[in-house]
Structures are given as C-alpha cells and as structure tokens.
Design a protein around this ligand. Structure first.
Ligand code: PMT
Length: 416
C-alpha cells in the first residue's frame, strides 16, 4: 500500500485552456494516491472539459459558481478553503495568474484562492510569447515571492502551432510536486510498523465488562505519523473513541487475549513495534453466558492474569538474538503511571526487554488517557533519554519516531 495522499484534501482549480483535458488525468492520479479532490472550474474551463467528467473522476460535485450555495449551513468557498491541505491550479492561464497576483475575486476559483491558507501550486499553460510577456513574468515573480510554487511549463509543440515553452507540465510531474509538498519527507518508507491502540474489553457476562479510559488517540497518532512518514502500518486496536486513520491496515480486537494473538501472529514481519494500547492485566476467571443476577450484598469477582503482550515480544526478541539473528525489530513500550515514573518505567523497560519506554504520568492534566495532548519522558537502557513538554499526541508520536529513526536509521540506510 503506498497512498501518500491519504487523508489529504486537495483543491484542483482548472482554468480555461486547451490543456484542461490533462486535468482529468491529474485528478485521477490524485484520487488513486488517496487524496480527496475538490474540483473548481472557471467558466472558461467548462468550454474545454465538462464538470461531469471531473465530478465522475473526483466522485464529488464540481464547483463552478461562487453563488451556487447548495448547503445553507456553510459558505462553500470558505469551507473548501479551510479543508484544503493544498491547492493546485492546472492548467493556469495568463488571466488566472494575473487575477491571483492582483487579488481579484470574481468567480469561485479566484475567491477560494484568496481564502486559502494552505500551500498553492500553479501549473501554467499558454502560448510561448504570452509566457514571456513582461506582465506575466511580473505576475509569476510576485506570486513566487508570496510563496506560490510553480511547476514550470514544458517546451515543445504548443496547441496554437508554435514550438516553445508554454505546454502544461505532464500530470505525473505535477503529482510528484504535490506529493513532495504535501507528504514531506518519508523517512520510514519500506518499514513495517505495528502499533497497538485503545483499551481492551474483558467480558464479565453478556451485558457487563471491564475496560479502561484509553481513547486510542495516542496509538492513532502514532499510526498517522508513521503512515505520513511512508511506513506500512498495521494498527491493532481495542475499544476506542473514534474511527482508525485511513491508509493503515486496521485490525479490530476486543480482549487482551485477542490482542495477544493479533500481535504475536504478525510479529515476524515487523521492523518497529509500538505498544501504546492500555491492555487489561486481569480478566474475569469465568465469563458467564447469561446475565448475572443480583443476590447477596457483596459479590466477589475472581480475576486471573492476562498474558503480557509486551513481555512476550521482549522474550521472542531475546530468542531471536540467541539464534544469532541480527535484524531485529525495535520495540517501544509505554508506561502509564501515577507516581514514581522513572522507577516504574525502568522496571518495565528491563522486565519487558524493550528498547525504549515512553512513560506518561497520567495524573498530570493534559497527559494520558482521553486527552488531545500528552506529557512524556523517554527512557532507554541508560535511563532518562528525553523529557518532552506538553505536546499534541501527533507531535509526541513524531518525536518518538525521530528517536527510533536515530537508533535504527544508520543501520537501515533511513534518513530524516
Ligand atoms: O489512548 P489514549 O486515550 O490516547 O491514552 C494513551 C495512553 C495513556 C493509554 C498511552 O499513552 C499509554 O500509556 N499506554 C500504555 C498504558 C498501559 O497499559 O500501561 P502499563 O503500564 O499498564 O503497561 C506497560 C506496557 O505493557 C504498555 O506498553 C502496555 O501496552 C503493555 N502491556 C501491558 C499489559 C499486558 N497484559 N500486555 C501488554 O502488552
């Protein structure tokens, strides 16, 4: 699976030039790379290619008129502008470039472009003399100075009969510019990362269970960060508060036992394992098949120990080492503590034989279960490695993956 644009929204602006037909290929490529594409066409563009073509390829209605507001709960050009991770204008005529340079807003595309804060990529297409005209050169320079990126037109036979510079860059070239801009560097390309997220559910009877407060946000943030960095991600998740991110192999499990089986059966394929799930240490000794009826004032519940997944991973890795295997997965464990963070983190690191422990003091506000942010300290065999301030869970994930890369990168030829 290599869909670097998964989860990204791209506005494709098409203006009125003969190269408009290539915008259909561009749109199709972006969709196949996982992007949600929202197409805006100028009136001129609709003379060269129909909105229906782009609607069919993008699987979304095409916007052509700024006043055609169909949903009263939103203002469409603002809504689309806010949702965009990138805007690409292809083909961009001399007129559309001039309008952008001077801030005109007289149709859906130019108005949306003024409202956009995401990066803008422009792929011009026009006659060679128009491209070299001082007015166009000025406008291009003005926009470039404002941070607009240009995918230079190619040189060759132009539709007007001239041979020269002005031909729309090929869709593949525009796509690679978009991927580079939007997806950034992909230092985990080719790496397989297994992540666990959420809490487990340990059934008592058909209507009751034991669980914990894990929302899955920390594990999902790892899955997104690793996916964005190009890794092939397997996400094994238990009880969570939201849907898992796109672009990963998501495997839903319920109990600690199921999580154990799901993780252990996939271990041999992995390069990195991140155990952010909150796994129940105990489960009811008996799972009643019918609802337990209330009887006595006091009701005891017998609990038995669950298998420790992280510990089993550590043992498995030790065995591989003893067999002389040199390519071993990098193991990141978590420690959720309310006191004596360092003591318990180091104990878990040594006992469960992980390479790194991410310890969160879950008694702190802004850290641990259910929050958008986390406050973590990282420990390795030498003790405290790094103490991070309060960060979004995605940023925590990136900082931890940075450390993992530093540890395994040189050996595997990965670069940040
Ligand atoms: O999901 P969120 O709401 O975003 O919250 C994130 C989190 C607080 C759950 C996360 O940051 C976290 O700390 N996860 C680990 C929670 C936990 O179970 O910690 P622990 O100290 O009990 O376990 C230590 C390690 O052993 C963990 O990596 C855990 O996954 C693993 N473990 C524990 C028990 C068990 N039977 N098998 C395990 O693999």
């Amino acid at each position: 699976m290599d869909k670097p644009l998964t989860g990204k929204t791209i506005i494709l602006g098409i203006t009125g030039g003969i190269a408009g037909y290539k915008a259909a290929t561009l749109c199709s490529r972006l969709v196949s790379l996982g992007a949600a594409v929202r197409v805006i066409m100028t009136e001129g563009a609709t003379k060269f290619i129909t909105p229906l073509t782009l609607q069919t390829i993008s699987r979304h209605p095409v916007a052509t008129d700024v006043f055609d507001e169909r949903d009263a709960s939103i203002v469409q050009h603002i809504d689309w502008a806010d949702a965009a991770d990138l805007v690409v204008v292809a083909p961009a005529t001399a007129n559309s470039i001039a309008k952008m340079a001077h801030g005109l807003a007289d149709d859906m595309l130019s108005t949306t472009l003024l409202a956009v804060t995401a990066p803008i990529l422009v792929a011009p297409a026009m006659n060679v003399h128009m491209w070299e005209h001082p007015a166009v050169v000025d406008n291009v320079e003005k926009l470039a100075a404002r941070g607009v990126t240009f995918v230079e037109p190619g040189t060759g036979q132009l539709a007007c009969g001239y041979v020269g510079k002005g031909r729309l860059a090929e869709p593949d070239e525009i796509v690679s510019c978009i991927v580079e801009k939007i997806a950034g560097s992909r230092p985990l390309r080719g790496q397989r990362v297994l992540i666990t997220a959420g809490g487990t559910i340990e059934r008592i009877d058909p209507v009751r269970y034991i669980t914990n407060d894990s929302s899955g946000k920390m594990g999902f943030a790892f899955a997104e960060a690793a996916r964005d960095w190009g890794a092939e991600v397997t996400l094994i998740y238990g009880r969570v508060d939201s849907t898992p991110p796109q672009g990963v192999h998501a495997v839903s499990v319920t109990s600690a036992d199921e999580m154990y089986e799901a993780v252990m059966s996939r271990l041999p394929e992995q390069d990195i394992v991140i155990k952010s799930a909150a796994v129940a240490d105990y489960r009811p000794r008996l799972q009643e098949t019918t609802k337990i009826k209330k009887k006595d004032e006091v009701q005891a519940l017998d609990l038995v120990r669950n298998r420790d997944i992280l510990h089993s991973i550590g043992l498995w890795k030790e065995q591989l080492k003893q067999q002389g295997k040199t390519t071993l997965p990098f193991i990141v464990g978590f420690a959720a503590e309310t006191n004596d963070l360092e003591k318990y983190a180091m104990d878990k690191l040594n006992r469960k034989k992980c390479d790194l422990i991410v310890a969160n003091d879950v008694s702190q506000s802004g850290a641990g279960f259910g929050t958008e942010t986390n406050i973590v300290s990282l420990y390795d065999a030498d003790g405290l490695l790094l103490q991070l301030p309060q960060l979004s869970k995605k940023d925590v994930a990136k900082r931890v993956l940075d450390i993992v890369l530093a540890r395994i990168g040189a050996e595997k030829g990965l670069e940040r």
